[in-house]
Design a binder for this molecule. Sequence first.
Ligand SMILES: C[S@@+](CC[C@H](N)C(=O)[O-])C[C@H]1O[C@@H](n2cnc3c(N)ncnc32)[C@H](O)[C@@H]1O
Length: 190
Amino acid sequence: MNIIDKFHNWRRKLRWNKQYRRGRWNNLKGDIEKVRYQTIIDLISEFAVENPTVLDLGCGEGILCERMNTSQYAHFVGMDFSSVSIKSAQQLNLPNSEFICADIHSYTPQQKFDVIVFNEVFYYIHDTEKQNVLNRMMDNLNENGIIITSIYREGLGCWNHFDDKMKQLKFTTITTQNEKTYWKIGVYKN
Ligand SMILES: C[S@@+](CC[C@H](N)C(=O)[O-])C[C@H]1O[C@@H](n2cnc3c(N)ncnc32)[C@H](O)[C@@H]1O
């Protein structure tokens, strides 16, 4: 990213912090979104090794981890560039978990994971960095590790990054009563 892009990225981070402070994203905790988290959790059970380590990119307030049983993961790391959402996630005191504040553009995990989730965050990555970020995460998968990506609506320009580089294990669409509200979720391996 050039200096202007970095400036806009910084401005976006401040906007996310403001929105989390105002409760703008509380809807993520509601019933409509519930099925999305549950689908991700079911896909982890179906395709990941037993008792996996999980990295949740763009974890927001830690809802995915909150919705998982502790028996469903060995260790959970959530990361997000919003310090406000990370603080909320940390306050949940969820077992075997840690939540860290970092920018996905520059974040390099400190360990390898069995599951890496791009949880409604891939489309926020700057276009020039999407492939670099995905490559970095692919390098941080354990053997038999999987990447699960959830994207609201079509995610134009996003899915080809996964389909070009990884093997698709499953692709599903979650619909709701509102035809404009739907998510696509893909499971991939190296
Ligand atoms: C739509 S929210 C999804 C939150 C969470 N994954 C969920 O589904 O409940 C998108 C999240 O991506 C985070 N995000 C956006 N750009 C980011 C970046 N450059 N680095 C890290 N997190 C980012 C935002 O702060 C926000 O928490």
